[in-house]
Design a protein around this ligand. Structure first.
Ligand SMILES: Cc1cc2nc3c(=O)[nH]c(=O)nc-3n(C[C@H](O)[C@H](O)[C@H](O)COP(=O)(O)O)c2cc1C
Length: 408
């Protein structure tokens, strides 16, 4: 994409250096515009070095190009971050007294605006009215984050993490060109590990980061689905942007928590994807911390509730997808799991997938192997998995149902 980033004079302007780096690293072309006041917070040289492109600051430059129009034509999308109360006010009133405000008014491409300011400024009726005016006009104005502000106050007004801005822009753009094939579908996804507590402070857990589940959430969202995510709080802390793609997030700790959470919403689910690496065994946790005296060193682990098998018993129309993480005989063990647990699809992978950015996998359905996925990023894997799920979903509907779905 050609990404045009407008930076106005807010304290968070320095963070835009990282945003530029992320886009450039990802192969996007970036050009930047600074307001006069933004130059107090970040220099054109920094942005030019990172973007490998000119940083534009003047409305009346020495060249004969009509830059305020040319830049808008060049861009596929524009981001304004941080957006000051001032630039928001100017845009909502049609004032064009510098390059950034003029480019924004001349632009006919998607424009992502990230307001960032002191809480009192943000909640001022003038700013609120300006923001809602811009939203009504089709600008994508995002709520600032909460936290400690540069002025020392605590409240709403922080620029969201640049990683989140990056994810929003990339994903919204991808969503705009993706078929909303899962619109009207609700998808329930589990991600990450669970804990089996031994005593109040100790627990057994595996190293699953939750990335596979998070990428599945994102991909289902790209296809227009409403996604409920069930995971531990560390998954959300690790991948905070997952909140953006999830209709609802249910936080859990133990396998029993997962069972309670998923069984409560399973009825209203169309597709269930169990990507969570749940503890298969649990212990009746001791009420007191185990002492070092060596008297209480034997664990009495019992099988935890088998969440997938229990949900299979409640299955009506749901398409149910499980994961099989195996150390040996991956394909055969996965096929056995598919049958014994009542899965429609199983995604088989090896233990190398745990806490890794990449993985390989075999997608198997009741008829046999559907696809081998070679070592790839989990984002790519999620795309492949959802594509297969979607095919199965539409293969299994009757022609009448298909016509009804298409009519939606
Ligand atoms: C240290 C400092 C920090 C500022 N931070 C912000 C801010 O975060 N958000 C904001 O809306 N204005 C902030 N301002 C005020 C703007 O810089 C001021 O409104 C200016 O006119 C904005 O100009 P521009 O929108 O053309 O860049 C800050 C001012 C100073 C001196």
């Amino acid at each position: 994409m050609n990404i045009l980033i407008g930076v106005s004079g807010g304290i968070a302007a320095y963070k835009i250096a990282d945003l530029v780096r992320m886009f450039v690293k990802d192969g996007h072309e970036v050009k930047t515009i600074l307001t006069e006041n933004a130059k107090y917070f970040i220099t054109p040289t920094t942005l030019e070095t990172l973007s490998k492109n000119k940083c534009y600051t003047e409305l009346f430059s020495s060249t004969r190009d009509v830059e305020h129009v040319e830049l808008g034509k060049w861009a596929d999308v524009m981001i304004v971050a941080p957006a000051t109360a001032n630039i928001i006010g100017k845009l909502s009133s049609g004032i064009c007294d510098d390059l950034l405000s003029t480019v924004m008014l001349a632009l006919d491409k998607p424009c992502y605006i990230f307001p960032s300011m002191n809480t009192n400024m943000l909640t001022h009726p003038a700013v609120q009215e300006n923001i809602s005016k811009l939203r009504d006009w089709g600008y994508l104005v995002y709520d600032p984050a909460e936290g400690e502000l540069a002025c020392g106050d605590i409240g709403k007004g922080k620029l969201p993490d640049v990683e989140l801005i990056y994810q929003i822009v990339i994903s919204e753009n991808e969503r705009a060109i993706t078929d909303s094939s899962l619109a009207n579908k609700t998808v329930l996804i589990t991600a990450g590990s669970t804990r089996a507590y031994i005593d109040p402070v100790r627990y057994i857990e595996n190293g699953s980061s939750g990335l596979m589940g998070v990428e599945l959430v994102r991909n289902a969202w790209l296809r227009g689905a409403k996604v409920t995510l069930v995971c531990n709080k560390e998954v959300v802390e690790r991948f905070p942007w997952v909140k953006y793609y999830s209709e609802m997030i249910m936080l859990v700790e133990t396998t029993e928590d997962v069972y309670k959470a998923v069984s409560g919403v399973f009825d209203g689910t169309d597709i269930y994807i169990s990507a969570g690496a749940l503890c298969d065994f649990s212990n009746q946790p001791l009420k007191e911390k185990i002492k070092k005296d060596g008297k209480n060193t034997v664990l009495n682990m019992k099988p935890s509730v088998d969440v997938f098998s229990e949900l299979s018993k409640q299955k009506k129309h749901q398409l149910m997808v499980g994961f099989a993480l195996e150390t040996n005989d991956i394909e055969r063990n996965a096929k056995d799991k598919l049958v014994s647990k009542g899965m429609d699809v199983v995604v088989a992978n090896s233990v190398d997938a745990i806490d890794s950015k990449t993985s390989n996998a075999i997608i198997i359905d009741k008829k046999g192997i559907r696809k081998y996925i070679k070592e790839s990023e989990k984002r790519v894997m999620a795309e492949e998995i959802l594509r297969e799920i979607e095919k199965i979903l539409f293969e299994s509907v009757t022609p009448v149902e298909k016509t009804n779905q298409e009519a939606h």
